[in-house]
Design a binder for this molecule. Structure first.
Ligand SMILES: CCCCCCC/C=C/C(=O)SCCNC(=O)CCNC(=O)[C@H](O)C(C)(C)COP(=O)(O)OP(=O)(O)OC[C@H]1O[C@@H](n2cnc3c(N)ncnc32)[C@H](O)[C@@H]1OP(=O)(O)O
Ligand SMILES: NC(=O)C1=CN([C@@H]2O[C@H](COP(=O)(O)OP(=O)(O)OC[C@H]3O[C@@H](n4cnc5c(N)ncnc54)[C@H](OP(=O)(O)O)[C@@H]3O)[C@@H](O)[C@H]2O)C=CC1
Length: 279
């Protein structure tokens, strides 16, 4: 783990080291994968960072590393599907750290299953875990910014939507909901000085991929024309760009970072069905 964190810390970046000095960045899902890379990058660029997720130990590992590097980072656990926990989380952050200026929502996930077999409980779990949690957090941030008469930036990490995604219909539906809400509030919240964008990663090498069956994983290199997964830092750089002053005229947009996967590639997250085997 410390080797992985060290590689994130040393990774080349296009951004200047004091870009976010004086800013507080909240990264949901910051204990692993894309969120962790984003949190480490914000910390390297001078932000005070708060990471959240359900598992305190995962958060502690990242915080301990960052603090040893001289960065300012805090880890507060929360179940973001519960609105009350989101409200409490913001109260705690404001009391102990300060009001976040920047929000990156990278908390989420799903399980692979053919859509026809999804149970109502499974459907609801994934909708709640990807649509409700993101909405609760982005709305709470916007409410606080409105109340305090200050702006902010929100970046939601979603999935690529253009071609659908066999094996994860539930998550496609949830993330399409986020895009609809994002485009709507980009207009409603512009007068408040709030920008809202999404990053849509393609297949990315993170712990999150552990939930997929071996036959699906074996074909993951076919997901894009580079025939390799992206790295969490390749996604993090886009999250940070959209949070930065360089993106001050960008709102309501989705930046796809998928190595061209939406143009060419195949991804069968629950395994390739017989019909789609050649010839
Ligand atoms: C070109 C684009 C490329 C994109 C590539 C996309 C690849 C995507 C990668 C990632 O997203 S990586 C990050 C992924 N990380 C995860 O997915 C892990 C997180 N997942 C979870 O935590 C859980 O699966 C969940 C989605 C949050 C559900 O958890 P919850 O605690 O709410 O529910 P459970 O009580 O566990 O289950 C409720 C209900 O759901 C059904 N179910 C759950 N797991 C499975 C499963 N593996 N298979 C089938 N069904 C499942 C089931 O009905 C459960 O109810 P019970 O039967 O247990 O009563
Ligand atoms: N890796 C990939 O190929 C792709 C990933 N994505 C999406 O990007 C996002 C990040 O994924 P990635 O970093 O790869 O995966 P990870 O599973 O590593 O990261 C997801 C993080 O979200 C946290 N989390 C999940 N649900 C909740 C919740 N209800 N409340 C609080 N925290 C939660 C998890 O921590 P904990 O379990 O401790 O709560 C975990 O740290 C996800 O939305 C994922 O679906 C999109 C496209 C491709």
């Amino acid at each position: 783990m410390s080797e992985l964190l060290e590689s994130l810390w040393q990774h080349d970046t296009a951004f200047r080291s004091d870009l976010f000095a004086g800013k507080v960045a909240l990264v949901c899902g910051g204990g692993s994968g894309i969120g962790r890379a984003t949190a480490v990058l914000f910390a390297r660029l001078g932000a005070t960072v708060v990471i959240t997720g359900r598992t305190q130990e995962k958060l502690d590992a990242v915080v301990d590393f960052a603090v040893k590097k001289g960065a300012r980072m805090h880890g507060f656990a929360a179940q973001l599907r519960e609105h009350e926990q989101v409200v409490t989380l913001f109260e705690k952050i404001e009391a102990e750290v300060g009001v976040p200026d920047l929000l990156v929502n990278s908390a989420g996930g799903q399980f692979p299953q053919d859509a026809i077999d999804l149970s109502p409980k499974g459907w609801n779990a994934v909708i709640t875990n990807n649509l409700n949690n993101t909405w609760f957090v982005m709305q709470r941030a916007a409410q606080r910014w409105r109340d305090l008469k200050r702006g902010g930036s929100i970046v939601n990490v979603i999935v690529v939507l253009e071609r659908g995604m066999p094996g994860v219909a539930h998550t496609q539906a949830a993330r399409a909901g986020i895009v609809g809400a994002m485009r709507t509030v980009a207009v409603e919240w512009a007068p408040l000085g709030i920008r809202v964008n999404c990053v849509a990663p393609g297949l990315t090498a993170s712990e999150g991929l552990d939930v997929y069956p071996p036959e699906a994983v074996a074909e993951f290199p076919l997901a894009n024309p580079f025939k390799r997964p992206g790295t969490p830092m390749e996604i993090a750089e886009s999250c940070v760009f959209l949070s930065a002053p360089a993106a001050s005229f960008i709102t309501g947009e989705t930046l796809t970072v998928d190595g061209g996967g939406k143009l060419w590639g195949e991804l069968w997250l629950a395994g390739r069905p017989e019909w789609y085997r050649t010839p």
